[in-house]
Design a protein around this ligand. Structure first.
Ligand code: AHN
Ligand code: ZN
Length: 336
């Protein structure tokens, strides 16, 4: 009796699988519309989150990537070499920019993929890490620099993995990957100042006024910021909604379709002065920000934000996978 029940169950299960597969292939054979859809889906490259994790780790291994430091110089060289290894044409912008209490030697790094394609998508992240852990409680800790595993390295790591995939699989759009420098050296929370300038996003401001190619244009842009932390939730950032709502919709609907609704939420998030703000307002490229945001936390960002806890322990491949696969799918479905 027991054996018979198991056998029946097994048979039913096998039938279910058989019917499931059968209906899929019948659909494929029936309508060319469905066939096309299946073909597009099957061509989507698999985003390798372990590979992205490796790219995050490699950056963090240099130590804090504060501009003007040796670690920053060495990590910059690493990023240039990785982009070249993945077949990108690399442009570098080196300039000095006055910050709040330092003058920074800034280095924006741009990797151009499929230069012959006029239809271009811009992907970006900042690669510097913060000079002061100003969200630490003690003055001694605040003097330390931030490792920036999530705040910096995670976005760059996801984009390096996408660069690797674009080398193995040709997309039907041109892609420019920009690693902005000196995003994260804004006025410290502990500073007493009447300064009008806040000194965030200095590299992206510079690029937006002086693009690496004159007349540069992309159809749209996607900024990744703090995309590596365990249990991160990405809510609709309000400048993204204001300047590029159609891109928010494109990306979030892909996230739902691909099964990442636990990471991407349609709830409103913060209004965040981030690199995309300047790409929107100075370079006129509609650009969204995929950024971890949580109203419940004091800062709105992760608990590790601008502290000494922003290290590899907060990084989760599940989060890297969610963001990386969604952006990969969006790219490889273009143009649509
Ligand atoms: C402000 O706090 C105004 N902007 C945050 C931008 C940022 C800092 N992203 C990462 N670190
Ligand atoms: Zn930061």
């Amino acid at each position: 009796m027991e054996t018979r029940r198991i056998t029946l169950f097994t048979l039913a299960f096998a039938l279910l699988i058989f019917v499931g597969c059968g209906s899929k292939s019948r659909k494929t054979a029936q309508s060319s519309g469905t066939q096309k859809q299946v073909e597009v889906q099957s061509k989507l490259p698999v985003f390798n989150a372990d590979s992205a994790f490796w790219f995050v780790q490699q950056q963090v291994n240099f130590g804090p990537r504060v501009p003007n430091s040796d670690a920053h110089e060495q990590c910059g060289n690493y990023l240039v070499n990785e982009l070249k290894r993945f077949g990108a044409t690399v442009y570098e912008q080196k300039t000095t920019i006055k910050g709040y209490e330092h003058t920074w030697n800034a280095r924006n790094i741009i990797g151009e993929i499929n230069p012959e394609n006029k239809d271009r998508i811009l992907l970006c992240a900042h690669w510097d890490s913060r000079y002061t852990a100003d969200r630490e409680h003690s003055a001694a800790n605040q003097k330390e620099a931030v490792l920036g595993a999530s705040d910096g390295a995670s976005g760059v790591g996801v984009l390096l993995e996408i660069a690797r995939l674009l080398h193995l699989n040709k997309a039907n759009v041109g892609v420019d990957i920009i690693f902005f420098d000196v995003e994260d050296q804004g006025i410290p929370a502990y500073a007493n100042t009447r300064s009008q300038e806040d000194f965030w996003c200095l590299g992206s401001k510079y690029w937006s006024k002086n693009p690496h190619k004159s007349g540069y244009f992309a159809r749209y842009g996607i900024l990744l910021d703090m995309v590596g932390a365990r249990n991160a939730v990405f809510r609709r950032e309000l400048y993204s909604d204001q300047f590029a709502k159609h891109i928010v919709e494109k990306v979030w609907s892909e996230a739902m379709q691909a099964g990442y609704s636990s990471f991407f939420s349609y709830e409103k998030g913060g209004m965040i002065t981030d690199d995309h703000y300047f790409v929107n307002t100075l370079a006129n490229i509609p650009t969204i920000d995929i950024i971890q945001y949580d109203h419940a936390s004091y800062s709105g960002f992760g608990h590790y934000w601008h502290t000494l806890h922003d290290d590899m322990d907060v990084i989760d491949t599940k989060t890297l996978k969610a963001v990386g696969q969604v952006v990969t799918n969006v790219l490889f479905k273009e143009p649509f």
